[in-house]
Design a protein around this ligand. Sequence first.
Ligand code: ZN
Length: 297
Amino acid sequence: MPSFGAVEAGGTKFVCAVGTGPEDLPARMEYPTTSPEETLGRVVEFFGEQAKRDSLAAVGIASFGPLDLNPASPRFGFITTTPKAGWRDVDLAGPIRRALKLPVAFDTDVNAAALGEHRWGAARGISTFVYVTVGTGIGGGGMVEGRLIHGVLHPEMGHMRIPHDWRSDPFPGACPFHGDCWEGLAAGPALEARWGGNCRRLPLDHQAWQLEAHYLALGVANLVCTLSPQRIVLGGGVMRQPGLFPLVRRQTLELLNGYIRAGDVIDRIDQYVVPPELGDNAGVLGAIALALDVAKA
Ligand code: ZN
């Protein structure tokens, strides 16, 4: 059986791996994200070495964005309007495809993670769901009726606008594009800017976590109302804070205020708003899942 290549392209590191799924990831390497030329050079070199040992059928790339995912566009496979220095309008998929002469699948890191969770993790057997990561930013992807959501671009759930009460929270928000969008108010950098670097040690009843749960629940409630997901998977470093999940679940129910009556939401909120199951390998496994699909196509 052939193997599949995976690239998880992040703002601080690129993770490359080869394998077929969670039980089979024999090769994995991490490279710091430097210049595009240097970083992509290392990626190509990694797969060049792997291809000597293993026959690779395809490579999946799961990248930070925004991305051009339109196959008809001349800039398909590009990172577009990222604020990350040196990475704006960079062709990510092209150099890898040309060097390895393999089919390349390309999607956002969060859509790929959603696909991985659908195939092997917390969204198995579910056709309409959302995957949101809350870490250095907030990103969201997901599936509607079994297909990853693309549309005009791809979801940018982290940049939705949520109510911001300036009197109780005078922090202006940390998003360079919007200030107090969801990511600007609730991602890790906002927590640190508002409460200092050691907010993780604050107790759960501290306003820091009550406010965080409130903001996260506002976004979750909006996603429930717009996409009608059958499950919402919340990942990322911030969600590892012990006790945060029950706070977010409770506040989500309060915000929905009995309006959404589907039993999956109301009666089984513990199984409705859930952590991911693929852990630290979610990104590369999502990229493997992308590669599996493009090889089948
Ligand atoms: Zn924003």
